[in-house]
Write a protein that binds this ligand. Structure first.
Ligand SMILES: [Zn+2]
Length: 295
């Protein structure tokens, strides 16, 4: 296990336990989530060594890299995902007109393919062999297995996206430091991550599916992700709630809590979280952040 002694955002050492959370989907092992007393950044600590993390990805429930349409739940998930791809491309179009776009953790490539069709020069990174092969085979995309960003040249890209990926990245500061290097002037970064300040996170506590320990290493809020990117000379220019994620996370959380699929209850909790998230500005279950490189 790896134990961090200092906060990766503010480098202070006062880390207090926030909650214990088991790995609901795979091993049922217990993990601890801590918060920094100084800046509030929250993360899984300790966490498995990098070489052991792969063991925790072997769950049937981890469906974002596959196109398995078994069951109503997965069907709904896949249907919503298709719809969401259109709105993601629209967001990219608004913030960065055509250019070189890098999608890190591109999975089976649906979003990247939509970007390509919209006129972007695209490049993807996907460590999962199964997903990467599908992306290449289905859409003829350029996808790298190598997750190290040092393979790219200085200012090679105009925009980068990471859809629910940054929370999995082990070398957090190095990765964002590399964004600054490989993006051109005014380059944009789109980051989607769960928001542990959301109403549904507080409602489900240790059963909140988006804690997803230990594969979610970092648990962001608007304040902490803004501070993290500011450390690397990026400014936050836009936030957008991911309204569908609230339902998805509530359904999974209900299942973790009760052992049953409770569609109506999950829908109601997701709806309440969205309404409170929008009205109170505490944010919904997941948030999209847009950062711009400062000059
Ligand atoms: Zn801190």
């Amino acid at each position: 296990m790896i134990l961090l002694e200092k906060c990766p955002v503010c480098s202070e050492g006062g880390l207090v336990k926030k909650l214990d959370c088991i790995d609901h989907s795979t091993t049922k092992e217990n993990f601890t989530i801590v918060s920094c007393e100084t800046c509030g950044f929250t993360f899984t600590n300790p966490r498995p060594k990098d070489e052991n993390l792969g063991e925790y990805y072997k769950s049937d429930m981890y469906i974002s890299h596959t196109n398995n349409t078994k069951g109503l739940f997965n069907w709904l998930y896949q249907t919503v995902r298709k719809y969401a791809i259109g709105s993601k491309v629209n967001l990219l179009r608004k913030i960065s007109e055509k250019g070189n776009h890098l999608d890190i953790g591109c999975g089976t490539g649906e979003f990247l393919n939509a970007c390509k069709n919209a006129g972007y020069n695209t490049k993807g990174i996907e460590p999962s062999e199964l997903a990467r092969e599908q992306a290449i085979e289905n859409f003829n995309l350029s996808v790298s297995e190598n997750t190290n960003l040092n393979q790219f040249q200085k200012e090679q890209f105009n925009s980068i996206s990471m859809w629910h990926v940054l929370e999995h990245v082990t070398n957090l500061n190095e990765t964002i430091g590399e964004f600054a290097r490989i993006l051109d002037q005014n380059g944009k970064v789109i980051i989607a991550v769960p928001n542990h300040k959301s109403w549904d996170a507080n409602h489900y506590k240790e059963f909140w599916a988006a804690w997803d320990t230990p594969i979610h290493l970092w648990h962001f809020s608007k304040e902490t992700i803004e501070k993290l990117f500011e450390n690397h000379n990026f400014k936050l220019t836009k936030t957008k709630p991911m309204l569908f994620d609230s339902f998805y996370v509530a359904l999974l959380s209900e299942e973790f809590k009760t052992g049953k699929k409770k569609f109506i209850k999950g829908f109601v909790i997701g709806l309440i979280s969205n309404i409170i998230g929008l009205v109170t500005k505490r944010g919904c279950s997941s948030t999209i952040y847009v950062f711009e490189k400062k000059n």
